[in-house]
Write a protein that binds this ligand. Structure first.
Ligand code: NAD
Length: 508
């Protein structure tokens, strides 16, 4: 039985309607192991809730250690055949997955809205972006070139060749349940690896629906396995303690990344980590102010309502244009529409849960207690349509300092601290004085400054007069404590390959 909230024509939110699970997605309630849809041992299940209403959506099989071990065994068996399947054939299956996911785009996006809360248009954009990784890595898989290296010995030839790593364990977050999954499984499968994936406990339905896409596209049994579960620890322990797992691909918080890295060290597993961010958004006085304000609002509030790793966390504005910029920013932020993701025109959904909302409000209260000024928002939304979900009002904070927690921590919510600066040198130093290094944005029309800042900022992704994010063709990842390794681009495939050198003596 599924539940969904919807808006009545009078603008009021209806009490819960019962709808059927979207067609073809019924398997999204079981684990996917060795090509089969299976219940968890002893029929254990856990409840997945709609953050817009707090109501349960459905029960999902609650996998644990034993189920994960079975999935790893299946992935290990499947690796033998999949790793030697010609890349062209693997690419055809990935292209088929892209096509099927495109056909199911609306139904998968509905699941994203139900369990994650983001607006439907945004969810659909995420699914579209996610399926693009199947296409990109299908193409890249045919370009896994080796090399013939000039030899210093007349009787020897030197080859360098790549081979897939083996079984990969993937762990993904709730904020982009489709994109973070496909950005891992597409390169892994393209490279010839097999995968056991654990989605976030808040958003397992999207991952299981994508597993169904892969199944229907002809991904052989055991090549992809998905273990959902309420408790991540037994699942990740099974992954980390099993020597058959060669790599951990993780997207999530820096805190959990550090724990996983310690555990992976025991058997020197390869790791790639996409972790937390704290992006500076820097506006110089020669920028197009309207565009800068518009795009600052978008990258602050319109990606999962501020719950994205590349959201602007600190907005730095050059002193002489601060007043004008802040007025334009607040004017735009005031117009944002919050609500249930299925309602048309909604731009921001609820926060994922109460703990997330409390954390964000705690950072705002802390800033205020230190002398910060709330210029917009700063409160819970609890009236009318907002009564059942964890909504937080789009907030602007002024008079804040770099050293305060609101600037040092990843806010992960719809709160924009705006700070001012005088010089280029000063803002570079302040932007970099932090442990994170994921995204950064620069708004200026001075080419020299673009070059200097893009070289000086410690960020893995830099948007110059552009905060629309990135695309499949370029590598994405963080510096410093924001991550290790890259996803997307040609580098995304290399993360799943081992390099081997071969010395051939042909004189004997
Ligand atoms: P999280 O670290 O709490 O959880 C991420 C995943 O790890 C989930 O599947 C969760 O079940 C699992 N997990 C949690 N605790 C664990 C433990 N002790 N052992 C093993 N697994 C554990 O993060 P989240 O709240 O789901 O996601 C938000 C974070 O993810 C933010 O910090 C955000 O910046 C980051 N993120 C980064 C990127 C990127 O590309 N760099 C993208 C999206 C999200």
């Amino acid at each position: 039985m599924q539940t969904i909230s919807s808006l009545e024509p009078n603008g009021k939110i209806s009490r819960i309607k019962i709808i059927a699970m979207p067609n073809n997605l019924k398997q999204a309630q079981q684990l996917y192991i060795d090509g089969q849809w299976v219940d968890a041992d002893e029929g254990r299940t856990f409840s997945v809730s709609n953050p817009a209403t707090g109501n349960p959506i459905t029960e999902v099989a609650d996998g644990g250690e034993a189920e994960t071990q079975r999935a790893i065994e299946a992935a290990h068996r499947a690796f033998k055949q999949w790793s030697v399947t010609p890349a062209k054939q693997r690419a055809e299956i990935l292209k088929k997955a892209q096509q099927i996911m495109e056909e199911r785009i609306d139904r998968i996006a509905e699941l994203v809205v139900l369990e994650n809360g983001k607006p439907f248009a945004e969810a659909k954009g995420e699914v579209k972006f996610a399926l693009g990784y199947f296409g990109w890595f299908a193409e890249e898989s045919r370009r896994m070139y080796g090399s013939l290296v000039p030899s210093p010995f007349p009787n020897k030839r030197l080859w360098v060749q790549s081979k897939p790593l083996g079984v990969v364990a993937a762990i993904t977050p709730w904020n982009f349940p489709a994109a973070m999954m496909v950005r891992k499984i597409a390169p892994a499968l393209a490279a010839g690896c097999t995968v056991v994936l654990k989605p976030a406990e808040d958003t397992p339905l999207t991952a299981l629906a994508i597993a169904k896409v892969c199944h229907d596209a002809g991904v052989p049994p055991g090549v992809l396995n998905v273990i959902a579960g309420a408790n991540p620890i037994p699942i990740s322990a099974a992954m980390l303690n099993n020597p058959k797992v060669k790599k951990i691909a993780f997207t999530g918080s820096t805190e959990v990344g550090k724990l996983l890295m310690q555990q992976a060290a025991k058997s020197i597993k390869r790791v790639s980590f996409e972790l937390g961010g704290n992006a500076p958004f820097i506006v110089f006085d020669d920028a197009n102010l309207e565009v800068a304000a518009e795009e600052a609002v978008a990258i602050k509030y319109l990606r999962v309502g501020g719950q994205s790793c590349i959201c602007a966390n600190r907005i730095y504005v050059q002193e002489n244009i601060a007043e004008q910029f802040i007025a334009a920013f607040i004017e735009k932020a005031k117009t944002l529409k919050l609500g249930v993701g299925f309602e048309s025109g909604v731009q921001i959904g609820p926060m994922i849960n109460e703990a997330a909302r409390q954390k964000v409000h705690g950072l705002v209260e802390d800033a205020v207690s230190r002398g910060g000024r709330v210029a917009l928002g700063g409160n819970y939304l609890t009236d009318d349509v907002y009564v059942s979900g964890c909504y937080y009002s789009p907030t602007v904070l002024l008079n804040v300092e770099d050293s305060w927690p609101i600037c040092q921590q990843e806010i992960f919510g719809p709160v924009a601290p705006i700070l001012t600066f005088k010089t280029e040198e000063e803002v570079i130093e302040r932007a970099n004085d932090i442990s994170f290094g994921l995204a950064g944005y620069i708004y200026t029309r001075d080419l020299g400054r673009v070059i200097r800042l893009s070289e000086a900022l410690d960020c893995g992704l830099i948007g110059v007069n552009d905060a629309a994010g990135y695309t499949h063709e370029i590598p994405f990842g963080g510096l410093k404590e924001s991550g290790l390794g890259r996803e997307g681009g040609k580098q995304g495939l290399e993360e799943y390959l081992e390099v081997k050198s071969v010395v051939v003596n042909f004189s004997k």
